[in-house]
Design a protein. Structure first.
Length: 104
């Protein structure tokens, strides 16, 4: 069984016992988290339940595994023959979450 959840402005397709990297959320390592914005539940075969916009009564539970910083993203701007160059780097704060259950 899969579920499509929304957190941090992004959508993730998750299943039980899967570890995902999401935008940083508050909480300590080992703490339980609940995702109540479930957009769809995808069962075995062709069984799909789609919400409008969310599936009522559905929730996904997980556990915070780690807080870390992602890979460095470099934004580089340049205008040829003008001597203009700008280089800016950024590392996003992320949280690693292990999905424990999907409840309908």
């Amino acid at each position: 069984m899969h579920a499509v959840i929304v957190t941090g402005g992004k959508q993730y397709r998750v299943k039980a016992d899967e570890i995902i990297d999401i935008e940083s959320i508050k909480g300590d390592i080992g703490e339980k988290v609940k995702f109540s914005k479930v957009l769809a539940i995808i069962g075995e075969g062709k069984d799909i339940k789609v919400g409008s916009p969310i599936v009522e009564g559905a929730k996904v539970e997980g556990e915070i595994v780690d807080h870390f910083r992602g890979e460095k993203v470099v934004a580089f701007k340049m205008k040829k023959r003008k001597g203009y160059r700008r280089k800016v780097g950024h590392r996003q704060n992320l949280t690693k979450v292990k999905i424990s259950s999907i409840e309908v």
